[in-house]
Design a binder for this molecule. Structure first.
Ligand code: SF4
Ligand code: SF4
Ligand code: FES
Length: 245
């Protein structure tokens, strides 16, 4: 945290005076005070990307009032925030129509849309089976938290998709499952059969290590070898599952 980010600031939400840290994400500050703001692409562990545009709010700074995404809006002294204004709600409804067209099979999107009375979309549906909203959260977690860059966007515009390199196998993927855990629309998929973990969307299959004490499969061998490399600990240290260590 920089010195300016540790500075306290005062801001208002729908007329209520509150305090927060300069530069922190407005969305996170709002949530800390219990405000409900919908979001799909935000996670506090990684940098904001502003992809889903659901976290819209209106912010007034001096005389200027504008509609903005709150996840990537840095909190600052004196701003006034308005949450569910007519403008916010009508724009959020359009965002939900767009998301419904992009990912019509995503249950989470359909649920959120229904909460705003949006049950259909006037926009063109390209793939009725698609669940990915191109929020990039999987790739940000993979890079910024796991420290691997196994996946990324390919293509542009309407052809933009989150894939493994060349849409083949993500050879750098260690099979940790972090991307599966954070994906807001559950469209990556992980399964384990016959001692093999499969990360489905990235076509990655990794044999699992058998614990030298209790004999159960516990983590991909490739992942454990990477841990040994990163930590400098001997590979033998990772022969046992966390329960038997
Ligand atoms: S499972 Fe693979 S792609 Fe997903 S976060 Fe872990 S290393 Fe990255
Ligand atoms: S796979 Fe999931 S996390 Fe990744 S971009 Fe698509 S919706 Fe977002
Ligand atoms: S959560 Fe802010 S744009 Fe997605």
């Amino acid at each position: 945290m920089t010195e300016s980010q540790s500075r306290e600031v005062t801001f208002k939400v729908d007329g209520r005076s509150l305090r927060g840290r300069q530069g922190e994400s407005l969305l996170e500050a709002l949530r800390r005070y219990g405000y409900q703001v919908p979001s799909l692409c935000h996670h506090e562990a990684v940098s904001p990307y502003g992809a889903c545009r659901l976290c819209l709010v209106e912010v007034q700074k001096g005389k200027r009032r504008k509609l903005t995404t709150s996840c990537n809006y840095p909190l600052m002294e004196g701003i006034e925030v308005f949450l569910d204004t007519e403008q916010v709600v009508s724009n959020r409804r359009v965002v939900l129509q767009l998301l419904l067209a992009q990912a019509p099979a995503a249950e989470r999107v359909r649920q959120l849309a229904a909460e705003y009375g949006v049950n259909d979309t006037p926009f063109e549906v390209e793939d009725p089976e698609n669940r990915c909203i191109n929020c990039g959260l999987c790739a940000r977690v993979c890079k910024e938290v796991v420290g691997v860059e196994a996946i990324g966007f390919s293509g542009r515009g309407a052809g933009k998709r989150m894939v493994a390199p060349y849409d083949e196998t993500a050879e750098d993927c260690i099979g940790c499952g972090a991307c599966v855990f954070v994906c807001p629309t559950d469209c990556i998929g992980m399964s384990e059969t016959g001692g093999i973990r499969t990360i489905e969307r990235w076509h990655r299959k990794l044999p699992l290590k058998t614990c030298s004490v209790c004999g159960r499969h516990f983590a991909p061998t490739f992942q454990l070898n990477k841990f040994a490399e990163w930590t400098g600990l001997p590979r033998g240290h990772f022969d046992k599952c966390p329960d038997c260590r």
